[in-house]
Design a protein around this ligand. Structure first.
Ligand SMILES: [Zn+2]
Ligand SMILES: [Zn+2]
Length: 255
């Protein structure tokens, strides 16, 4: 599998980091985990095959995780020659269908029938979506908004876990246990801590409990970048840690 952290920022807009979006290749599946503002252009900028995305999986409905979905759909319809015909699956937690209907209300009926099959699939915590060729997407509930989920993508005995936005939760650590990559939000320094996001210390504690082979941090609000994230995480977790940038690439060799 391959993971590219396309957007590692938040709605605190900075030039270096666009909103949340992470691209995963697993077999023939091309999955975009979240699709916040700036992600569509970043895909093109990083020469990622945005026309070939097969699944968009949304963790929750905050704008910094969904705003570019309609841009991408419009690009698939009008921004590609020849226009897209391959099917697309939009996956999300409870309420994704209603959210999609609101997108249709705002952007127009073309979105429901964009010229290629577009399926909207609700995933309940504990459910799995077959991505084909032995790849699987799973979801679990996380404490952020009412609907929020974390995702895993598995293939060939390897597992990438993406927390989405979350507060600290030992159940999430348990669910993520032994992941090859734990892609973890790292929003705020401890001085600004809130229950719905993680501090570097909590990322370290989560990793100490989950023991991933590689901890990759994302979703940085600017104030957290002014503390020594690596040292704060390292006080809890001794394994390899990467502070992702927009465009960081991780190869996960399968069995
Ligand atoms: Zn959020
Ligand atoms: Zn967010």
């Amino acid at each position: 599998m391959r993971l590219v952290t396309v957007g590692t920022g938040t709605v605190a807009l900075t030039p270096a980091r666009v909103c949340a979006g992470h691209y995963v290749e697993a077999g023939s599946a091309r999955i975009l985990l979240d699709c916040g503002s700036g992600v569509a252009h970043r895909l093109a900028e990083r020469k990622l095959p945005w026309r070939e995305i097969t699944h968009v999986a949304i963790t929750h409905f905050h704008t910094d995780h969904i705003a570019d979905f309609a841009t991408l759909a419009f690009a698939w319809k009008y921004g590609s020659l020849p226009a897209r015909t391959a099917p697309l699956v939009l996956v999300g937690p409870q309420g994704i269908g209603a959210l999609f209907d609101r997108f249709v209300g705002v952007f127009g009926d073309w979105l429901r029938d964009p010229g290629f099959p577009l399926e909207v699939r609700e995933i309940a915590p504990g459910d799995a979506v077959d991505l084909g060729e032995g790849a699987t997407l799973r979801a679990t509930k996380v404490p952020h908004t009412e609907e929020s989920v974390a995702y895993s993508v598995e293939r060939g005995g390897r597992r990438i876990v993406y927390t989405g936005d979350t507060g600290y939760d030992p159940m999430l650590a348990e669910w993520a246990r032994g992941a090859d990559v734990l892609l973890c939000e790292c929003s705020l320094p401890v001085e600004m801590a809130i229950p719905s996001h993680l501090t570097p210390e909590q990322c370290g504690a989560l990793a100490a409990a989950a023991l991933p082979k590689h901890l990759v941090l994302t979703h940085f609000y600017p104030p957290v970048e002014r503390v020594d994230i690596r040292a704060l995480v390292g006080a809890h977790y001794a394994g390899p840690v990467t502070l992702a940038d927009d465009g960081s690439t991780f190869e996960i060799e399968e069995d």
